[in-house]
Design a protein around this ligand. Structure first.
Ligand code: ADP
Length: 388
């Protein structure tokens, strides 16, 4: 092959490379470039040879640095730069540097690849990653919420189990006594029927009624416990006279009175009809009144005051009974709590918990004052409900 032909052959090899090749001297004047460089930067090879390599890159400092420190490690690997086309458009390129010598002169070569596509893909992957991370974060939050909910229902489940165990203990204790009272009364009634003693029979009938009432209240208490806890109280409001409600409570509580116990109702409400939940007020007042009767000795006086104004209904139930020990007074609204001095009396420790739950749900207040062996007074304020 002739020298001329050889040069032609080298040029074909040079131009057919896939990567762009740029050769410049230590003053950064472009000496050589192949066709891919012209295609990428949109300059002819003649145009390119008229200016410095710096014109093709945004960050020319790297070229200067390479010329001065070509042996440095960082120039042995691929470097990303920003190329500038003839029309000023910028695009990302990846270059590898190399130093060559020809006839005792140093030259610097640069192998360049257009990485626009790769960068676009990387950007897309980055944004997908970001989306994925956001999605994961969201899922994590959802998961945490779910765990929180599960924890709550687990503790509710535990509480329910505890309640069941407690209930079984209560049922065997608290239900057995009244049931055997009913049994013995019915047996005696049968006996008096033979003897035609109507007075005695009626006495036992009213005893049975009162014991059944007591059982009923206890069951009501247990059934309402769950609703109160979850705040799911369905108000069933009707118009009624407070006086009628008081009369009913008086009638139901009277048979529970012990020997010579006196029950005094002082009703100073305005006598008009009120709009409220009849059953809830009955449960509250009955619980307080039955406690006053239960925890008072024979001969004790129990006073119930009822009054109302435009906005509120006020009750107070006062007794001269065993009182609540000072060191236990802060616990008496807790579910199942019973003070030490109350343990000789039947009870479940549920009533006051329910009373407080109802009152809180109705935005009312309850307070008490008590002196051990002297007596207790409970005071309740209930806002009146608005007629819809
Ligand atoms: P129970 O009466 O079934 O034990 P409650 O929830 O009604 O349950 O009352 C909780 C506790 O508060 C009682 O066990 C008792 O110690 C105390 N208590 C409530 N009312 C009175 C009262 N009028 N006099 C003395 N102690 C009371």
């Amino acid at each position: 092959m002739e020298l001329k032909e050889k040069i032609g052959f080298y040029k074909v090899c040079f131009d057919s490379m896939q990567a762009g090749i740029l050769v410049f001297n230590d003053s950064r004047d472009i000496i050589l470039s192949n066709i891919p460089i012209s295609l990428l930067f949109e300059y002819s090879s003649e145009e390119l040879r008229k200016f410095k390599a710096c014109k093709l890159f945004k960050n020319c400092g790297v070229l200067k640095n390479f010329i001065q420190n070509s042996e440095k490690q960082k120039f042995k690997s691929l470097i990303e730069l920003i190329g500038i086309k003839k029309n000023g458009q910028e695009f990302p390129v990846e270059v590898s540097f190399g130093k060559i010598e020809y006839e005792g002169m140093p030259y610097f070569k640069l192998l360049l690849t257009d990485i626009t596509l790769r960068k676009k893909r990387e950007k897309k992957i980055k944004s997908l990653n970001y989306q994925l991370e956001e999605e994961v974060k969201l899922r994590n939050i959802e998961l945490e919420n779910l765990i929180e909910k599960l924890k709550k229902s687990l503790s509710k489940e535990k509480e329910l189990n505890f309640l069941k165990t407690k209930f079984i203990a209560l049922a065997s204790h608290e239900f057995k006594t009244p049931l055997s009272a009913i049994l013995s009364s019915t047996e005696l009634m049968a006996k008096y029927a033979d003897l035609n003693n109507i007075e005695k029979r009626n006495e036992h009938l009213s005893k049975i009624k009162s014991v059944i009432n007591h059982l009923n209240n206890m069951l009501d208490d247990l059934l309402t416990l769950e609703n109160i806890e979850s705040g799911e109280i369905n108000l069933n409001s009707t118009k009624f006279k407070l006086t009628n409600l008081i009369n009913e409570i008086y009638k139901n509580s009277k048979p529970l009175l012990k020997n010579n116990q006196q029950l005094i109702f002082n009703n100073t409400n305005d006598e008009g009809e009120i709009y409220h939940d009849y059953k809830i007020i009955t449960i509250i007042l009955t619980n307080l009144l039955n406690n006053a009767i239960k925890y008072s000795n024979e001969n004790g006086i129990i006073k119930v005051d009822i009054t109302s104004n435009k906005k509120n209904i006020y009750f107070s139930v006062e007794d001269q009974g065993i009182g609540i020990p000072v060191n236990e007074q802060n616990l008496i609204f807790n579910r199942f709590f019973r003070a030490k001095n109350a343990l000789y009396y039947p009870g479940t420790g549920i009533g006051l918990n329910i009373v407080k739950g109802y009152i809180q749900n109705l935005n009312g207040t309850i307070s008490f004052e008590s002196v051990e062996n002297n007596g207790t007074i409970f005071k309740v304020q209930l806002p009146k409900l608005k007629l819809l």
